[in-house]
Design a protein around this ligand. Structure first.
Ligand SMILES: [Zn+2]
Ligand SMILES: [Zn+2]
Length: 374
C-alpha cells in the first residue's frame, strides 16, 4: 500500500520533469553561495594581508617572515577544517532502523495512534534506543521511514535523518552532526584565531594610517566646509593618498582590520556557545529542547562530565585534538549515559564509559544491557 501510494504521487499540472530538474540544480547551486562568499572573503584577505601588508607595507624582513609563517599556518589549518566540515563523509542511518515493507504496511493500516505506537515499540524493542518523543513513544521519521536512533533528527534541507544532528549550517552547506562536529569546532576555532591574528597585526598600521590621515586633513582640509569645494588635497584623502606612496593598499589593510573585527565578534560568540555545548554534551537542538528519556526530559541526559564530554568529541589523543582528523568516540548511534542509580553497581557510569570507550562498535555487540535499561 505504501509503495503504491508513493508510486502514485504525480507532479502538479504544468510542472514538467525538466523544470523540476532545473529547479533542483538551481537550488543546489544556490546553496553553495554562502560557501563561495566565505572563499571570496578569505581570498581577498590573503591579498590584503600577504601582498599589501606583509610585502608592501612592512619594512623589516624578520617581521615579514614571522607574520607570513604564522599567517600561513593558521590559513592552512582553517582551510583544512573548513574543507573537512563541508565534505565530511556523513554516513546514513543503519538499515536495521528502517522499517521493512511489511511493518510499514502494518503501520499505515493501523487505525489508532495506540496501535501505531505498539507496532513501533515492537519493532524498536531490539534497537539500542533510550530516548522517546514528548508523548513517550518511539521516535519515528515518516519521511525516511525509520526509527530514529538517539540524538538523530531529520534535516529538511538535506532531506534525510542525520546522526547526532546539531544544526544545518548554510556556511558549510552541510549538516553539522556526529561525523563532522569536531571539524566544525576546529573550523570555528581556527577562523577565530585567523581573524584575531589579522586584527592584532594590522592594528599598529591601522593606527598609523589614522594618525597620518588626521595630520594631513588638519594641514590641508580644515577649511573644507568654509570654502565649500574640494581642494586637491581633500580629493587625495578620498583616494587614500595622504602624504605617502601606496595609497590604495592602505584601504585594504584598514578594511581587513574591520572585516576581521566583525567576523571575530560573531565567531567568538558562536565558538564560545559551542564550547559550552561540548562541555555539557548537548547539541544545539538539545539545548533548545531537552532529550526525553523514559524518566522524563533531561538536558544533561548524555553528559559524562566536562572532560569526558570533551573527549567524546575530540578523542583520547591530545596531539590530535587540534588536527581535523576524525577522532570522536563511538559510531554516532549509541552514547554512554551518566550514572542514574547510585545503588546499582552494574550501572556505574565509569564502568559504562570504559566499556563503551573500549569498543569500536558497541552497537553491534548486544551482550551488554547497560544501554537500554533506561
Ligand atoms: Zn528523516
Ligand atoms: Zn542538513
Amino acid at each position: 500500500m505504501a509503495s503504491s501510494m508513493q508510486n502514485n504521487r504525480v507532479s502538479p499540472p504544468g510542472y514538467c520533469v525538466c523544470c523540476r530538474t532545473c529547479n533542483m540544480w538551481c537550488w543546489r547551486a544556490f546553496k553553495w553561495l554562502p560557501v563561495l562568499l566565505i572563499v571570496s572573503i578569505v581570498t581577498w584577505s590573503y591579498y590584503a594581508y600577504v601582498i599589501q601588508l606583509c610585502i608592501f607595507t612592512i619594512e623589516s624582513t624578520v617581521q615579514q617572515c614571522i607574520y607570513l609563517v604564522l599567517y600561513h599556518i593558521l590559513l592552512i589549518m582553517f582551510a583544512w577544517s573548513y574543507w573537512r566540515t563541508i565534505f565530511a563523509d556523513i554516513k546514513p542511518i543503519p538499515e536495521k532502523y528502517k522499517l521493512p515493507e511489511a511493518e510499514l504496511e502494518k503501520l499505515l493500516s493501523a487505525e489508532t495512534e495506540d496501535a501505531q505506537r505498539t507496532i513501533l515499540e515492537n519493532f524498536a524493542k531490539d534497537l539500542p534506543i533510550v530516548t522517546r518523543t514528548m508523548s513517550g513513544s518511539v521516535r519515528y521519521c515518516n519521511r525516511c521511514v525509520l526509527v530514529k536512533p538517539d540524538r538523530a533528527h531529520h534535516c529538511s534541507i538535506c532531506s534525510r535523518c542525520v546522526l547526532k544532528m546539531d544544526h544545518h549550517c548554510p556556511w558549510v552547506n552541510n549538516c553539522v552532526c556526529f561525523h563532522n562536529y569536531k571539524f566544525f569546532m576546529l573550523f570555528l576555532g581556527y577562523a577565530l584565531l585567523y581573524c584575531l591574528f589579522i586584527m592584532s597585526t594590522c592594528l599598529p598600521y591601522f593606527i598609523r594610517f589614522w594618525k597620518m590621515y588626521q595630520e594631513y586633513k588638519h594641514a590641508h582640509c580644515d577649511n573644507l566646509f568654509d570654502i565649500g569645494t574640494f581642494s586637491k588635497q581633500c580629493m587625495d584623502i578620498l583616494n587614500g593618498d595622504f602624504g605617502m606612496s601606496g595609497s590604495a593598499g592602505r584601504y585594504h589593510i584598514v578594511f581587513a582590520f574591520f572585516v576581521a573585527l566583525m567576523f571575530a565578534i560573531s565567531l567568538g560568540s558562536l565558538f564560545g556557545y559551542h564550547c559550552y555545548l561540548v562541555a555539557h554534551n548537548r547539541t544545539t537542538l538539545e539545548a533548545f529542547r531537552a532529550p526525553m528519556f523514559r524518566g522524563g526530559a533531561d538536558k544533561n541526559g548524555f553528559s559524562m562530565g566536562a572532560y569526558n564530554n570533551f573527549k567524546e568529541v575530540f578523542g583520547n589523543s591530545p596531539n590530535k585534538w587540534v588536527v581535523p582528523v576524525f577522532t570522536s568516540f563511538g559510531d554516532g548511534i549509541v552514547y554512554p549515559l551518566p550514572q542514574q542509580d547510585e545503588d546499582t553497581e552494574s550501572l556505574l557510569s565509569s564502568e559504562r564509559w570504559d566499556r563503551w570507550g573500549e569498543r569500536a562498535r558497541p552497537f553491534d555487540e548486544r551482550e551488554s544491557s547497560s544501554f537500554d535499561e533506561l
